[in-house]
Write a protein that binds this ligand. Sequence first.
Ligand code: FES
Length: 182
Amino acid sequence: MEFTPQKNDGLKVETSGRRSFLLALFGLSGAAVSALLAFPLVRFLTYPLRKSATDTTWSDVGPVQDFASLTAPIAKTITLERRDAWQTTSSQTAVYVLPSKAGQFRILSPICPHLGCSVRWVGDQDKFICPCHSGSFTADGERIAGPPPRSLDALESKVEDGVLKVRYQYFRQLVPNKEAMA
Ligand code: FES
Protein backbone atom coordinates (compact mmCIF):
# COMPACT_ATOMS: atom_id res chain seq x y z
CA MET A 1 0.00 0.00 0.00
CA GLU A 2 1.26 3.39 -0.95
CA PHE A 3 1.63 6.17 1.56
CA THR A 4 0.03 9.44 0.47
CA PRO A 5 1.29 12.38 2.47
CA GLN A 6 -1.45 14.65 3.80
CA LYS A 7 -0.64 18.25 3.17
CA ASN A 8 -2.55 19.65 6.16
CA ASP A 9 -1.43 17.21 8.90
CA GLY A 10 0.75 19.79 10.70
CA LEU A 11 -2.03 22.39 10.59
CA LYS A 12 -4.59 19.91 12.00
CA VAL A 13 -2.32 18.99 14.92
CA GLU A 14 -1.66 22.63 15.65
CA THR A 15 -5.37 23.57 15.50
CA SER A 16 -6.41 20.71 17.74
CA GLY A 17 -3.61 21.58 20.24
CA ARG A 18 -4.75 25.19 20.39
CA ARG A 19 -8.38 24.12 20.88
CA SER A 20 -7.43 21.84 23.80
CA PHE A 21 -5.41 24.64 25.35
CA LEU A 22 -8.33 27.08 25.06
CA LEU A 23 -10.76 24.53 26.48
CA ALA A 24 -8.45 23.89 29.43
CA LEU A 25 -8.09 27.63 29.99
CA PHE A 26 -11.90 28.14 29.95
CA GLY A 27 -12.27 25.17 32.30
CA LEU A 28 -9.78 26.62 34.75
CA SER A 29 -11.36 30.08 34.63
CA GLY A 30 -14.78 28.53 35.22
CA ALA A 31 -13.48 26.57 38.21
CA ALA A 32 -11.88 29.68 39.66
CA VAL A 33 -15.08 31.72 39.28
CA SER A 34 -17.16 28.90 40.81
CA ALA A 35 -14.75 28.68 43.76
CA LEU A 36 -15.02 32.44 44.34
CA LEU A 37 -18.81 32.31 44.17
CA ALA A 38 -18.97 29.30 46.49
CA PHE A 39 -16.69 30.87 49.12
CA PRO A 40 -19.37 32.96 50.91
CA LEU A 41 -21.71 29.95 50.93
CA VAL A 42 -19.01 27.74 52.49
CA ARG A 43 -18.27 30.43 55.08
CA PHE A 44 -21.97 30.65 55.91
CA LEU A 45 -22.39 26.87 56.24
CA THR A 46 -19.29 26.40 58.39
CA TYR A 47 -19.88 29.47 60.59
CA PRO A 48 -20.76 27.51 63.76
CA LEU A 49 -17.72 25.25 63.29
CA ARG A 50 -15.36 28.18 62.94
CA LYS A 51 -17.08 30.15 65.70
CA SER A 52 -16.65 27.43 68.31
CA ALA A 53 -12.86 27.62 68.05
CA THR A 54 -12.65 31.33 68.83
CA ASP A 55 -15.72 31.90 70.93
CA THR A 56 -15.19 34.00 74.05
CA THR A 57 -17.34 32.61 76.81
CA TRP A 58 -17.80 34.49 80.05
CA SER A 59 -19.13 32.68 83.10
CA ASP A 60 -20.64 34.19 86.25
CA VAL A 61 -18.55 33.68 89.38
CA GLY A 62 -20.90 35.44 91.80
CA PRO A 63 -22.02 38.80 93.19
CA VAL A 64 -19.06 41.10 93.51
CA GLN A 65 -19.73 41.85 97.20
CA ASP A 66 -19.02 38.16 98.00
CA PHE A 67 -15.38 38.74 97.08
CA ALA A 68 -14.84 42.26 98.40
CA SER A 69 -13.14 41.29 101.65
CA LEU A 70 -11.40 38.00 100.94
CA THR A 71 -8.28 37.28 102.96
CA ALA A 72 -7.38 34.00 101.25
CA PRO A 73 -8.16 32.29 97.91
CA ILE A 74 -11.55 30.62 97.68
CA ALA A 75 -12.74 28.02 95.22
CA LYS A 76 -15.89 28.77 93.24
CA THR A 77 -17.78 26.52 90.86
CA ILE A 78 -18.69 28.07 87.54
CA THR A 79 -20.79 26.89 84.62
CA LEU A 80 -19.07 26.71 81.25
CA GLU A 81 -21.07 26.94 78.07
CA ARG A 82 -19.46 25.35 75.08
CA ARG A 83 -20.62 25.74 71.52
CA ASP A 84 -19.61 22.81 69.33
CA ALA A 85 -20.88 23.39 65.83
CA TRP A 86 -24.66 23.77 66.21
CA GLN A 87 -24.87 22.35 69.74
CA THR A 88 -24.48 24.11 73.07
CA THR A 89 -23.46 22.05 76.08
CA SER A 90 -22.73 23.13 79.62
CA SER A 91 -20.45 21.73 82.27
CA GLN A 92 -19.09 22.82 85.61
CA THR A 93 -15.58 23.52 86.74
CA ALA A 94 -13.82 25.34 89.56
CA VAL A 95 -11.73 28.50 89.68
CA TYR A 96 -9.92 30.23 92.54
CA VAL A 97 -10.80 33.83 93.35
CA LEU A 98 -7.92 35.60 95.10
CA PRO A 99 -8.15 38.56 97.46
CA SER A 100 -8.27 41.65 95.26
CA LYS A 101 -5.12 43.72 94.78
CA ALA A 102 -5.31 47.47 94.12
CA GLY A 103 -9.04 47.07 93.56
CA GLN A 104 -8.52 44.39 90.88
CA PHE A 105 -10.12 40.99 91.15
CA ARG A 106 -7.83 38.08 90.34
CA ILE A 107 -8.93 34.62 89.31
CA LEU A 108 -6.72 31.57 88.81
CA SER A 109 -7.23 28.37 86.90
CA PRO A 110 -6.93 25.43 89.30
CA ILE A 111 -5.28 23.29 86.62
CA CYS A 112 -1.66 22.48 87.36
CA PRO A 113 0.56 23.48 84.43
CA HIS A 114 2.60 20.31 84.92
CA LEU A 115 0.23 17.48 83.95
CA GLY A 116 -3.17 19.00 84.57
CA CYS A 117 -4.20 17.80 88.05
CA SER A 118 -6.35 20.19 90.09
CA VAL A 119 -4.39 22.09 92.71
CA ARG A 120 -5.83 22.62 96.22
CA TRP A 121 -5.60 25.64 98.46
CA VAL A 122 -4.09 24.50 101.77
CA GLY A 123 -4.87 27.33 104.16
CA ASP A 124 -2.75 26.18 107.09
CA GLN A 125 0.34 26.08 104.84
CA ASP A 126 -0.69 29.25 103.03
CA LYS A 127 -0.09 27.75 99.58
CA PHE A 128 -1.61 25.83 96.70
CA ILE A 129 -0.45 22.23 96.52
CA CYS A 130 -0.84 19.87 93.61
CA PRO A 131 -1.75 16.37 94.86
CA CYS A 132 -0.16 14.58 91.91
CA HIS A 133 3.56 15.44 92.16
CA SER A 134 3.61 17.94 95.04
CA GLY A 135 4.04 21.05 92.95
CA SER A 136 3.42 24.10 95.15
CA PHE A 137 2.47 27.72 94.56
CA THR A 138 2.11 30.85 96.69
CA ALA A 139 -1.26 32.39 97.56
CA ASP A 140 -0.83 34.52 94.41
CA GLY A 141 -0.26 31.43 92.28
CA GLU A 142 3.50 31.90 91.87
CA ARG A 143 5.41 28.66 91.50
CA ILE A 144 7.38 27.67 94.63
CA ALA A 145 8.65 24.15 93.99
CA GLY A 146 8.10 20.86 92.18
CA PRO A 147 7.86 19.90 88.51
CA PRO A 148 5.37 22.53 87.25
CA PRO A 149 7.19 24.58 84.61
CA ARG A 150 5.40 27.86 85.45
CA SER A 151 3.05 29.56 87.90
CA LEU A 152 -0.70 28.96 87.97
CA ASP A 153 -2.53 30.54 85.05
CA ALA A 154 -4.48 33.74 85.66
CA LEU A 155 -7.87 33.98 83.94
CA GLU A 156 -9.41 37.15 82.52
CA SER A 157 -12.12 38.63 84.71
CA LYS A 158 -14.52 41.57 84.66
CA VAL A 159 -17.41 42.98 86.67
CA GLU A 160 -20.73 43.46 84.92
CA ASP A 161 -23.91 44.63 86.66
CA GLY A 162 -22.44 43.81 90.05
CA VAL A 163 -21.46 40.27 89.02
CA LEU A 164 -17.87 39.01 88.83
CA LYS A 165 -17.33 37.13 85.58
CA VAL A 166 -14.48 34.99 84.31
CA ARG A 167 -13.38 33.99 80.84
CA TYR A 168 -12.39 30.39 81.35
CA GLN A 169 -9.63 29.00 79.13
CA TYR A 170 -7.41 25.96 78.97
CA PHE A 171 -3.66 26.41 78.73
CA ARG A 172 -0.92 24.19 77.38
CA GLN A 173 0.82 22.05 79.98
CA LEU A 174 4.53 21.33 80.32
CA VAL A 175 5.65 24.62 78.74
CA PRO A 176 7.32 27.47 80.63
CA ASN A 177 5.10 30.22 79.18
CA LYS A 178 1.35 30.49 79.38
CA GLU A 179 -0.18 29.49 76.01
CA ALA A 180 -3.94 29.44 75.57
CA MET A 181 -5.36 26.48 73.70
CA ALA A 182 -7.95 27.13 70.96
S1 FES B 1 0.43 17.52 87.83
FE1 FES B 1 0.79 19.02 89.33
S2 FES B 1 2.79 18.65 89.97
FE2 FES B 1 2.43 17.18 88.43
